[in-house]
Design a protein around this ligand. Structure first.
Ligand SMILES: Cc1ncc(COP(=O)(O)O)c(C=O)c1O
Length: 443
């Protein structure tokens, strides 16, 4: 054996248990795992561990695998591109998959963004960073309004906008300055104690107005960033009129509406973009997650006049817009459109919500059922109506052990974000098992 060979690390074969032990010994414990599944491979709606145990996937790689695992058309696009060009880098020259992707996004984009321009990055956080940089640069204003319950990423700029959990910010004060938060309209637990969204008069919008009278000089407001449905914060659907109200406020003050569709975008909610449920037109849209068909890819698409004002080299990235990720993403988007998976997502999503609503009538642990399309949240509550934050951790582990991959969002909501190809039979199988497990929580 040569010296070189003796230093080569041999990657061992493994069992699920061994892998988990090795992970615990070497991987940072801050990488939190919702389930104890050691994922060896994926196929369509299912994940498999190293012993061949099968798990119905209700998570889809955290809303990334919209057409399921290892879809043959996506695999083929990846292999074909890998044979031709693995990476070229957008600053070195021009790459066809990059341009194809931006053009595709323009075709499907809402409103004026159809004539927009954009660029590609590697992740949701980076897409958000890019959006707020563009807003600050083009308006020459420094302040950004964001919302509680929101998740926009973990890099230091995106983290300054994120306000779904103080854990992410602990000991990290002095983030990006000029960011101000007002409450997201989380109507099930109204931050203003109103009884119902029908009678509150969109009071959360009044707080935005109030902030613009008291802490944010309107002429300093670069933009308002919002998730059209709060994702990590609990799959919270805002009441009708909220996003329109933000649009009006931005227009009145010459600020930009930045919409974070990283989780909601590209078909998951039953429309290509969640803002299309309310016919609201953003100035800037941020995308990632399912954009790369399972590979890391993010995008920022904005009004052309804004993007044109950004001078060459003011923004950039080494890997953003990698051609393999673009090809995988385009293959996935094509399947979504060709197979009308958005209509399917609405249908199966409504079915899942209806099933849980029925169960809610008889099971006390069900607090709220909400969502759009295949973005469904089920908030679990304790006997006193408070969020069942401890119970949910055990529930998710137990559901995992029973063959269903699931995560949570917010403090105590089960998060359903399966691949958009899920059949009604698969939905029934999963929902039945989950309801059965939750029926033991009686008080
Ligand atoms: C709405 C939203 N924005 C941004 C992000 C950050 O994306 P990433 O984890 O790819 O940086 C996420 C991730 O969950 C998200 O849900």
């Amino acid at each position: 054996m040569t010296d070189h060979e003796s230093t080569l690390h041999q990657v061992p074969e493994t069992t699920s248990t061994e892998l988990i032990e090795r992970d615990h010994a070497s991987v940072a414990a801050t990488i939190y795992r919702y389930t104890d599944i050691a994922i060896q491979r994926g196929d369509g709606m299912y994940l498999y561990d190293f012993e061949g145990r099968k798990y119905l996937d209700f998570v889809a790689g955290i809303a990334t695998m919209n057409v399921g695992h290892c879809h043959p058309a996506v695999v083929e696009a990846i292999c074909d591109q890998a044979r031709n060009l693995i990476h070229g880098a957008c600053h070195v020259g021009y790459m066809k998959p990059y341009v194809d992707m931006i053009e595709y996004l323009k075709v499907i984009a809402p409103g004026e963004l159809k004539n927009g321009k954009g660029l590609l990055v590697n992740s949701g956080s980076e897409a958000v960073e890019t959006g707020i940089k563009l807003a600050r640069y083009t308006t020459n204003r420094s302040m950004i309004l964001a919302f509680t319950e929101s998740f926009h990423g973990r890099s230091m700029g995106a983290l300054a906008l994120t306000a779904s959990n103080t854990l992410y910010r602990h000991r990290l004060s002095s983030l990006l300055t000029g960011v101000y938060h007002t409450p997201y309209p989380y109507c099930y637990r109204c931050p203003l104690m109103h009884k119902s969204p029908e009678t509150c008069g969109l009071a959360c919008l009044n707080l935005v107005e109030k902030a613009l009278e008291t802490v944010i000089p309107p002429e300093d407001l670069a933009g308002i960033i919002v998730e059209p449905i709060a994702g990590e914060g609990g799959y919270i659907v805002p009441p009708d009129g909220f996003l329109h109200g933000l649009r009006r406020i931005c227009d009145r003050h010459g600020a930009l509406l930045i919409v974070d569709e990283v989780q909601t975008g590209l078909g998951r909610t039953g429309k290509m973009f969640a803002v299309q449920h309310w016919d609201v037109e953003p100035d800037i849209i941020c995308l990632a997650k399912s954009l790369g068909g399972g590979l890391p890819l993010g995008a920022m698409l904005a009004r052309a006049d804004l993007v044109d004002a950004w001078p060459p080299a003011a923004q950039g990235t080494t890997f953003g817009g990698n051609p393999i990720a673009c090809r995988a993403g385009l293959a996935s988007l094509r399947i979504i459109q060709e197979q009308d998976l958005m209509a399917h997502a609405s249908e199966v999503g409504n079915y899942i919500q209806n099933r849980f609503r029925k169960a809610q009538k008889v099971l006390p642990i069900f607090g709220d059922v909400r969502g759009k399309g295949l973005m469904v949240g089920v908030e679990l509550i304790d006997a006193d109506g408070s969020p069942a934050g401890e119970i949910i951790k055990a529930v998710i582990k137990e559901i995992g052990a029973r063959g269903i991959a699931l995560t949570k969002c917010g403090v105590s909501s089960l998060r359903f974000a399966p691949p958009l190809i899920i059949t009604q039979e698969q939905a029934t199988e999963g929902v039945d098992r989950i309801i059965e497990l939750l029926s033991k929580y009686q008080w």
